[in-house]
Design a protein around this ligand. Structure first.
Ligand code: SAH
Ligand code: SF4
Ligand code: F3S
Length: 478
């Protein structure tokens, strides 16, 4: 049993991170383990977490499991969890309760928990105390070892916990079963060294480790060959890419090389304002296939709160960067993340956040109430803002954000914009859905032949969170 340890996870070793191309091996006797059995993976977290699920699915399929469409039909259920806020935690334990009932009627099902919550001591303690009936718990650093963890639990017929608190090396040969045939997630780095005082990610994902550029470029070239139209380069802090590689190769170089693979659309998330260089702005401007869409988390508009958060920029420097990007890329859309009710946030601090929102007029924003995470410095700060006040601030902030989202969308009325058609719309199966270059969701009348293509769409109706449009000419890419 390997148990998580937050103090260990906080350490940043100077040891060189190795790239391993053969660490994932599946022994012959495990290749048929899942014959006739189905798996179901439920994903709770961010894009990285979603991409991990794509790896987990492929590993399970290497063992001959097949995917179940409903959890109730599965022989193996995995919860790939997120630790970012308390409500994610509650949702997962609610689900564990539901699955326990399912197991009463289907005693042979196997159940596992993985992802960022597995890296938290309190979570594993709770599982050991109350949910020992689970079969496996593994973390974010040893996904490639899933076959062996599963077999150990099967052999010993008991809960196998295997969570590593030190991140280890970069494993390059983990298989992937991508959700989409047209757009793909591509990890460019793992972990985070920023240690914002409220955030659990540096503990659950370990130190920053950038993938070597050649592996990233080769992955994108392979995707182009297989007909993919869009890649999203993933990292908690993509602008800091390469800082740990001891070379001059930085995010702007990677962006350029990825753009030159010929993939039609390049996106990247998330951009920490701190590392956003002028060269990056120039590169985005230079390449038509780097999408004019930037997610630039603000977190707070008060420099006092930003300092307490450890964000290392001020209200003024954020605004300056924002204006610089907008000036260089006037057509771009910019979205953000904001936390309200951080310890010590006064009404005056909150008003500064509203002021920044008014000044930037973001295309949209993810807004959150501060959630104390055990082990992070902010969890120990004096928090004297009442929950009613926090809810009230969130409501006021959302009203303003929605107003500007609608305004930003209104500017698209009657314009013709490129949309990558992904699928039928979930809400209306007679419509197609896709995203503009600026990441606006568009629902469109049309048929199957357009799926997977980038087409010109005239926007003819605006809603707060989406738009409706019609295809105006034949596809512009095949
Ligand atoms: N790496 C990204 C953020 C990843 S987490 C960045 O630095 O911008 C996604 C968002 O969750 C954060 O931007 C933040 O707004 C929110 N978040 C993180 N920790 C939180 C906490 N403890 N309480 C509330 N929101 C939090
Ligand atoms: Fe968390 Fe900050 Fe790292 Fe983003 S940059 S993942 S908010 S510690
Ligand atoms: Fe959540 Fe882990 Fe992502 S905490 S936001 S799943 S990195």
């Amino acid at each position: 049993m390997n148990l998580p340890n937050l103090l260990e996870a906080k350490k940043r070793s100077r040891e060189k991170v190795l790239t391993k191309t053969n660490a994932y091996i599946i022994e012959n006797n495990l290749k048929n383990l899942g014959v006739g059995k189905k798996y179901y993976v439920k994903t709770y977290g961010c894009q990285m977490n979603e991409h991990d699920t794509e790896n987990i699915k492929a590993i399970l399929e290497d063992m001959s499991f097949t995917e179940a469409l409903e959890m109730e039909d599965a022989d193996l259920i995995l919860l790939n969890t997120c630790a970012i806020r308390e409500n994610a935690h509650n949702k997962v334990f609610g689900m564990i309760g539901r699955i326990k009932h399912l197991k009463e009627t289907k005693p042979n099902i196997m159940v596992g928990l993985c992802g960022c919550m597995a890296q938290e001591e309190i979570v594993v303690e709770e599982i050991l105390k109350k949910h020992k009936w689970l079969d496996i718990v593994f973390g974010t650093h040893n996904i490639y070892n899933l076959p062996n963890i599963l077999v150990k639990s099967l052999k010993e017929q008991k809960l196998e916990v295997d969570v590593l608190s030190c991140e280890g090396d970069i494993i390059e040969n983990i298989p992937v079963k991508r959700d989409s045939k047209y757009k793909a997630w591509v990890n460019i780095m793992y972990g985070c060294d920023k240690f914002c005082t409220y955030c659990i990610v540096p503990y659950t994902r370990g130190k920053q480790r950038s993938r070597n550029p050649e592996y990233i470029i080769n992955e994108v070239l392979e995707l182009v060959k297989n007909g993919y139209k869009e890649v999203t380069l993933l990292g908690q802090n993509v602008n800091a890419y390469g800082k740990d590689l001891n070379s001059d190769y930085k995010m702007e170089n990677l962006l350029e090389d990825v753009a030159n693979t010929g993939i039609e659309r390049v996106r990247f998330v998330t951009s920490h304002p701190w590392d956003f260089t002028d060269n990056m702005i120039e590169t985005i401007k230079k390449y038509d296939n780097i999408m004019p869409y930037i997610h630039l988390p603000l977190q707070s508009g008060s420099s006092k709160i930003l300092k307490l958060m450890g964000r290392r920029y001020t209200k003024e420097s954020y605004l300056e960067l924002y204006q610089k990007i907008k000036k260089a890329l006037p057509y771009s859309s910019i979205t953000t993340d904001i936390i309200v009710g951080f310890p010590g946030e006064t009404e005056a601090d909150f008003k500064e956040t509203l002021e920044v929102v008014e000044s930037c007029q973001f295309d949209s924003a993810y807004t959150f109430i501060f959630s104390p995470r055990v082990g992070t410095p902010a969890a120990k700060m004096d928090d004297n803002v009442t929950i009613d006040e926090k809810n009230n601030r969130l409501q006021r902030l959302n009203n303003l954000i929605n107003e500007y989202s609608k305004k930003a969308n209104d500017a698209y009325l009657n314009k013709v914009v490129p949309v990558l058609i992904e699928d039928y719309s979930e809400k209306d199966s007679h419509k197609l859905m896709g995203y503009t270059d600026t990441m606006k969701l568009v629902n469109i009348d049309g048929n199957e032949e357009y799926i997977g293509k980038i087409v010109n769409v005239r926007i003819n109706e605006i809603k707060t969170w989406s738009m409706d449009g019609e295809i105006v000419n034949d596809h512009i890419s095949v």
